[in-house]
Design a protein around this ligand. Structure first.
Ligand SMILES: Cc1cc2nc3c(=O)[nH]c(=O)nc-3n(C[C@H](O)[C@H](O)[C@H](O)COP(=O)(O)OP(=O)(O)OC[C@H]3O[C@@H](n4cnc5c(N)ncnc54)[C@H](O)[C@@H]3O)c2cc1C
Length: 411
């Protein structure tokens, strides 16, 4: 009977433990925290968006880094397989907007609960408060791990499932990168992803708390459009956040975030400039005796009105019936190109995932085994794989965890 040590009791580690134990291995799971699944607990705003029920093509398109590496493991353990697995071990699920799958109970901790129950049923030995300090590597093969108390634990296979580098209070402090390097593997540059942006202008923070829907967005470097989208976003005390911003942070190449970028919003994307001008004329005619500052409430949320007035350069107290054609043109231009300066990404404490990690070039995609060190496997976010929001990051943890378990136990 093979003995398997799994480092990390997060999504990938627990999934790997269940499958390795089910296939007959003797499994020990080492988790440095006082409990399992601390990060799972906060996923999906505490509701646990555990996978996505879209077609597999959509799943692949939602993987931002190294989707090809995922072919083998994701086709072998798909989003449908994950759903079936969780349903079979007692987790009721439901599908919401965007095919996001959640526990029926709306409690993310239920995901950890069912996995823990399954691991116990399969006699996985769970060691909490147990930090792995280093790997035991002899002649390019991993033979076990050394824990923080200096004890050596030998195994036939070791799986590193230590997560990325974001939300470090959950336990993911990048230890897997150190383990990979000690095994002669490469680790790519890492950076926060699915993360808000800092902005330069004061008017951005003046609108904090305001969320916009149905807004057009372009993120630009000079004239080059790096990312465009349509949807929801949010102004904050430091800049901008919300679904479109998080996706932009995941999609745009890192090299651009060292530079000042322009975020350009189209506040009325359903209207052409001519249609918008006609709408403003109508608005001004209806309010012709009112001052400019009192004429905008039908067109903009109240938090935005002072900013629009200030940026339009039109005197706030000017009567609508004397606003000039030129001034109106400026207003249209502002509404269609409401721009601000992005100075960079927020840090790892606010990043849903880490971009970069253990280089997939050094890992066999079918087995998750290191190419430089035998019997050493990697799974989950520690890998150089990151996805959009929607349940895809957890799906990567499930699929890579299962791939490692099967490879170890089916050889
Ligand atoms: C706020 C937030 C919300 C999210 N929401 C979603 C969502 O709804 N859907 C989705 O798909 N994804 C979501 N994600 C991303 C998703 O949670 C992660 O991608 C996923 O949990 C990664 O799983 P993992 O097992 O690789 O790593 P982790 O879940 O980070 O687990 C790693 C574990 O390893 C342990 N560990 C680390 N080093 C050691 C060591 N040396 N010794 C022993 N143990 C160690 C850690 O304590 C930790 O328990 C969210 C992330 C955040 C931060």
């Amino acid at each position: 009977m093979k003995k398997v040590i799994i480092i990390g009791g997060g999504a990938a580690g627990m999934m790997c433990a269940c499958h390795a134990a089910k296939n007959g291995a003797r499994v020990e799971l080492f988790e440095k925290n006082e409990k399992l699944g601390k990060k799972i607990f906060i996923t999906g705003k505490g509701r646990g968006n555990l996978t996505n029920a879209s077609d597999i093509d959509v799943v692949f398109n939602s993987i931002c880094s190294n989707p090809k590496f995922m072919y083998s493991s994701l086709y072998s353990f798909t989003n449908d397989d994950a759903l079936k697995f969780f349903n079979d071990i007692g987790l009721g699920t439901k599908v919401e907007r965007g095919n996001r799958v959640f526990p029926k109970s709306d409690h993310a901790y239920e995901i950890t609960d069912v996995l823990t129950r399954e691991m116990k049923r399969l006699q996985v030995k769970i060691r909490l408060y147990t930090k792995v300090e280093s790997l035991i590597i002899v002649k390019d093969a991993c033979e076990g791990v050394v824990t923080a108390d200096g004890e050596r634990h030998m195994a036939d296979a070791v799986v590193v499932a230590t997560g990325g580098f974001s939300y470090q209070s959950t336990g993911s402090t990048g230890d897997g990168y150190k383990f990979a390097e000690s095994a002669g593997m490469n680790v790519t540059d890492i950076s926060p992803s699915l993360v808000p942006f800092n902005c330069k202008e004061k008017f951005v923070t003046e609108m904090q708390g305001l969320s916009l829907k149905n807004t057009g967005l372009e993120l630009k470097h000079g004239k080059k459009v790096l990312y465009s989208d349509f949807g929801e976003m949010l102004f904050t005390h430091f800049g901008v956040s919300g679904p479109m911003i998080l996706s932009a942070s995941a999609r745009v190449a890192r090299k651009f975030f060292g530079k000042e970028l322009r975020l350009v919003l189209d506040l009325k994307p359903a209207l052409s400039e001519e249609q918008l001008d006609a709408r403003i004329i109508r608005e001004f005619e209806e309010n012709n005796k009112k001052e400019f500052k009192n004429s905008l409430s039908k067109m903009f949320p109240s938090k935005m009105i002072p900013v629009i007035i200030e940026r339009s350069g039109i005197d706030a107290n000017k009567r609508c019936n004397v606003i000039s054609h030129e001034e109106r043109k400026r207003l249209v231009e502002l509404i269609k190109n409401f721009d601000m300066t992005v100075t960079g990404l927020r840090d790892y404490n606010e990043a849903i995932v880490t971009k970069g990690g253990v280089s997939v070039k050094d890992i066999n995609p079918a087995t998750m085994e290191s190419k430089t060190c035998k019997n050493l496997y990697f799974a989950g976010e520690t890998l150089d794989i990151d996805c959009l929001t929607g349940g895809f990051n957890l799906q990567v943890a499930w699929s890579t965890g299962v791939a490692a378990a099967r490879a170890i136990t089916e050889e």
